[in-house]
Write a protein that binds this ligand. Structure first.
Ligand SMILES: NC(=O)c1ccc[n+]([C@@H]2O[C@H](COP(=O)([O-])OP(=O)(O)OC[C@H]3O[C@@H](n4cnc5c(N)ncnc54)[C@H](O)[C@@H]3O)[C@@H](O)[C@H]2O)c1
Length: 341
């Protein structure tokens, strides 16, 4: 069953109401060292047990999950316990995985604290942990009972994380809602979006996921910016300055917007409009030569045979998927992709 999505400006009372309805035998709150500031007051007010793990993607692994299962056992959590995951995407992925496997599945609630988790990671039921450097190598689809959204949590988020999190919001606007794109384009990069626009972005993703949960068709639209974006993220991963996911997606959306214009699926005028709005979000790194990105582009999970697959906007608010290019066709267009005004 799909999770209940709750948009609130009074997190504690909303969480209390959700838990009352779930009637759990006990409540445990999971956080990391940075989101403890939000989780600890909630745990105290709800008389819940607080479980804290070290912050950072490198801790989204089996060792952390096993330590958490041991803590759940030590706390006497039975099958009617509820785990509340208070954190960014690392915590909602990890906490969903831990809940989904403990005693063959206990209920969980997500309270996403980063913008990326609010508009992306906490929606859609994907959970997972990394194994030997392979991202999300082990995981399961496990829907939380509810996801609670409160933009006040974003006030403590580091600026770089906030800016990066806007990539997926812009993407949702470009794919499905011009008014969302326009509203976001009027904000300064470091400004927290209003709850109504967060809600709109969340609805766009959850509607697409509901239509096509296993990515046979419409869900592929969500890959806009991610073919080039994933290749850029991988390219810079072992450099002096690795990119955050959203930073790579901003670069990917800029490149793929120019690609859409070069292929004639998007008008030059609209392409220039999107480019102007997204350019201030582009991180200060160089664009690597297309050949340097090829190893990753050729391994992209979305590819069909030898062709590289893209989802591209056709206007602001509509897009198409399965746009396939041979590597040589992409090489020939590379100068146009990089040619931002
Ligand atoms: N399940 C999915 O569908 C899905 C989709 C996209 C991403 N993800 C996963 O999400 C993770 C990335 O998410 P993320 O960017 O939120 O990473 P994250 O959880 O590591 O958060 C980024 C940093 O911000 C800190 N933080 C989070 N919220 C804060 C707050 N309110 N105040 C202060 N600090 C705060 C965290 O402690 C961390 O240091 C990755 O593991 C990725 O694989 C999952």
């Amino acid at each position: 069953m799909a999770a209940q999505l709750v948009f609130t400006q009074s997190l504690l009372s909303e969480l209390r109401a959700q838990l009352l309805a779930l009637a759990p035998s006990s409540v445990l709150l999971l956080c990391d060292t940075n989101t403890r500031q939000h989780a600890a007051p909630l745990a105290a007010a709800l008389d819940a047990t607080l479980l804290e793990v070290a912050a950072g993607e490198e801790h989204k692994n089996m060792d952390t999950a096993t330590a958490l299962w041991q803590k759940l056992l030590a706390a006497g959590a039975d099958r009617h316990a509820v785990l509340v995951n208070v954190g960014g995407g690392m915590i909602t992925d990890l906490g969903g995985f831990v809940a989904g496997n403990y005693k063959r599945g206990i209920r969980c609630v997500h309270v996403p604290c980063s913008l990326l988790a609010q508009v992306d990671a906490a929606i859609g039921g994907k959970t997972g942990i990394n194994v030997q450097g392979f991202k999300n190598a082990v995981g399961l689809f496990y829907e939380p009972e509810a996801v609670l959204f409160d933009t006040a949590l974003l006030r403590t988020l580091p600026e770089r994380e906030l800016i990066s999190g806007k990539a997926e919001m812009f993407k949702h606007g470009i794919l499905a809602d011009e008014s969302l794109f326009t509203a976001l384009s009027q904000l300064a990069p470091t400004e927290i979006p209003a709850l109504e626009w967060l809600q709109r972005a969340v609805e766009i993703k959850s509607n697409i996921v509901a239509i096509d949960p296993t990515e046979q068709a419409e869900r592929k639209l969500l890959n806009f910016g991610h073919t080039l974006g994933h290749a850029l993220e991988s390219y810079f991963m072992h450099s002096q300055q690795p990119l955050l996911h959203g930073e790579a997606v901003f670069m990917g959306m800029l490149g793929e917007t120019r690609l859409a214009v070069a292929l004639g699926v998007l008008s030059e005028t609209v392409g220039t409009n999107i480019t102007k709005v997204l350019l201030p979000y582009q991180p200060g790194c160089h664009w690597p030569h297309i050949e340097a990105l090829m190893p990753w582009l050729l391994q992209d999970k979305k590819n069909r045979g030898a062709k590289i697959s893209f989802s591209l906007p056709t206007v602001i608010g509509e897009a198409i998927f399965d746009q396939q290019l041979l590597p040589d066709e992409l090489r020939a267009l590379a100068s146009k992709i990089y040619n931002h005004p």
